[in-house]
Design a protein around this ligand. Structure first.
Ligand SMILES: CC(C)(COP(=O)(O)OP(=O)(O)OC[C@H]1O[C@@H](n2cnc3c(N)ncnc32)[C@H](O)[C@@H]1OP(=O)(O)O)[C@@H](O)C(=O)NCCC(=O)NCCS
Length: 165
């Protein structure tokens, strides 16, 4: 059974190897475990993982501040792609953002990253701008994508601020 769980300090140590394996096989400039640790020090930063049988199949890392979410990392293990796992993590995060009264979700994506662009478009994200030569490993621009969370969804249920405890 798949579970989406919040990863804290203990989880990060426990699952470090698996996270780094996914990270290294997903990005041209992967984060180190120290980069994940630095993120975890920030109160606005959240790391959720999709776990099946004690194995991490993917994760999403995002900042939540003021009325926004900024997605800063999302990856699924190459062996588990195209199984709707990326979409289920994204969906859960969007639902949480709506329930917590947030207004928008932002992210940057490489123009060449068709799987990710399709995933975000499927959820209604649209291009909100470009950052020129944002990725210094390939000199690619970044597409800034944004999803406005609907007021109707936000008002349905207010669960209070996210807790990291
Ligand atoms: C992007 C990523 C997270 C998608 O995860 P995933 O679990 O394989 O995606 P899902 O199975 O949930 O797919 C959901 C939708 O995304 C799109 N999509 C996913 N993979 C795709 C591919 N290879 N080609 C085209 N569209 C794709 C489709 O619209 C798909 O919907 P559909 O199944 O109804 O066609 C995954 O490819 C990945 O880890 N890539 C490397 C890291 C990365 O690029 N992260 C994003 C940084 S911005």
């Amino acid at each position: 059974m798949n579970q989406i769980v919040r990863i804290g300090w203990k989880g990060l140590s426990l699952y470090a190897e698996q996270i780094i394996e996914i990270e290294n096989s997903s990005f041209p400039s992967p984060w180190s475990i120290n980069a994940f640790k630095e993120e975890m020090k920030k109160s606005i930063s959240h790391l959720w993982a999709l776990i099946r049988d004690k194995k991490i199949l993917g994760y999403i890392c995002f900042w939540m501040f003021d009325t926004e979410i900024q997605i800063i990392n999302l990856a699924v293990h190459p062996e588990n792609r195209r199984q709707k796992l990326g979409q289920s993590m994204l969906k859960r995060m969007i639902e949480a953002g709506s329930s917590n009264g947030l207004q928008s979700i932002w992210l940057e994506v490489r123009p060449s990253n068709v799987p990710a662009k399709n995933l975000y478009t499927k959820f209604g994200f649209h291009e909100a701008g470009r950052r020129k030569r944002y990725y210094n490993d390939t000199n690619e621009d970044a597409i800034i994508m944004m999803l406005k969370l609907s007021a109707q969804e936000r008002d349905k249920q207010h669960l209070g601020p996210f807790s990291k405890s």
